[in-house]
Design a protein around this ligand. Structure first.
Ligand SMILES: CCOCCCNC(=O)c1c(N)n(-c2ccccc2Cl)c2nc3ccccc3nc12
Length: 359
């Protein structure tokens, strides 16, 4: 079990008798004169979302930011709900979690200011770039590893997301993916919501135990991560296509699972199936998922769908002629690649003849 890297745990702003204090505790109050709003890029239930610049003291250049504004005249409860997202985000500091620059609460309009994510939401980015050479399996796996790393951090902070999906991941100019959407009264798209007693649930991304008796945990976030993996490898296909929520629930209860997307590697599909284990205790932890995806990236040959895999070895003149070698351990030792031995032995490969054809 990997040691958790953070000892802090997340504080639910609702536990504050005065939620305004929560914002002050976790978010920097910014001077609105340092903020320049350039254009409107979207809208939420609370008001406009804009693109802009933030002047930072120790920075030469202004930095691009995204700004959520609260429409004027909002009632106190709406203001507190709006700012609860900042109270939550302000507690996190991880490369794969959206970064809060600060808030403006002492002047109108009230604003939440975060880093600017040039490539927008992951689902739209995938749909727009399907077939783009830059989005090969290796790049998709790097994106998934980043998201899993952000979720590992959040689970160590004891924060349960409840709405992990490609639409709630943002992508920056370097294709770094970051977990976003931390509203307590988050804007779950009407299309995704299925109101039960306990509020809105995005059915096709949610684990059965969370649907049946609202048991939301990091293990149910792992289930959602599995569906997110399927979305990514499918370049933004809708999970369960146009099925109704009820049909999805019935099928999953009868052990139906999403099929491997076209060209999906066996390793990635095995990982998705593990995330969709009916028993939440048997699902992998985010720390294990990060480890596995890291190995897939280090040894990408595992990502090629097995059907296509053909390992051909060309001898380098000053390397020992491996035709005489039989064991994989000797072969990797000779190449000073001992660190990869476990990758082969863990998967039952010990003899070179199992993995390569000698010309
Ligand atoms: C295709 C190019 O698109 C670039 C979009 C950049 N957007 C961001 O960086 C955003 C960004 N950082 N946020 C965001 C996320 C969490 C908390 C606050 C904010 Cl502003 C956004 N919240 C949004 C809500 C509705 C619509 C669009 C939105 N865009 C962004």
């Amino acid at each position: 079990p990997s040691l958790s890297t953070t000892s802090k745990t997340y504080v639910d702003p609702h536990t504050y008798e005065d939620p305004t204090k929560a914002v002050n505790d976790f978010a920097h109050e910014l001077d609105p004169n340092l903020i320049v709003i350039e254009s409107v890029i979207g809208g939420g239930e609370f008001g406009d979302v804009c693109r802009g610049k933030l002047r930072k003291a120790n920075m030469m250049k202004d930095i691009p930011v995204a700004i959520k504004t609260l429409k004027a005249g909002a009632i106190e409860k709406t203001r507190l709900d709006f700012l609860s997202e900042a109270s939550i985000m302000g507690q996190f500091d991880d490369e794969n979690v959206i970064y809060l620059e600060g808030v403006v609460t002492k002047h109108q309009p009230i604003m939440i200011i975060t880093e600017y994510m040039e490539n927008g939401s992951l689902d739209t980015y995938l749909r727009t770039n399907e077939g783009n050479k830059c989005l090969d399996t290796l790049q998709l796996t790097r994106m998934l590893r980043g998201i899993a790393s952000g979720m590992k951090y959040l689970s160590e902070m004891k924060y349960v997301h409840r709405d992990l999906a490609a639409r709630n991941i943002l992508v920056n100019k370097d294709l770094i993916c970051k977990v976003a959407d931390f509203g307590l009264s988050r804007e779950i798209d009407e299309a995704e919501s299925y109101t039960t007693k306990g509020g809105k649930i995005p059915i096709r991304w949610t684990a059965m135990e969370a649907i049946d008796y609202r048991k939301f945990t990091s293990a149910s976030d792992v289930w959602s991560f599995g569906v997110l993996c399927w979305e990514v490898v499918s370049f933004g296909e809708r999970p369960y296509w146009n099925w109704s929520n009820q049909d999805v629930i019935k099928a999953v209860k009868k052990s139906f699972r999403l099929p491997p997307p076209m060209g999906c590697s066996d390793l990635l599909y095995k990982l998705m199936l593990a995330c969709w284990n009916e028993n939440h205790l048997q699902r992998p932890k985010f720390s294990e998922i990060v480890q596995q995806l890291t190995q897939f990236i280090l040894v990408p040959s595992g990502l090629i769908p097995l059907a296509k895999q053909k390992l051909v070895f060309v001898n380098h003149p000053d390397e020992p002629n491996i035709a005489q070698l039989t064991s994989i351990i000797d072969w990797l030792h000779n190449l000073q690649l001992d660190r990869f031995i476990h990758l082969f032995t863990n998967n039952g490969y010990t003899n070179l003849s199992q993995i390569c054809h000698f010309n």
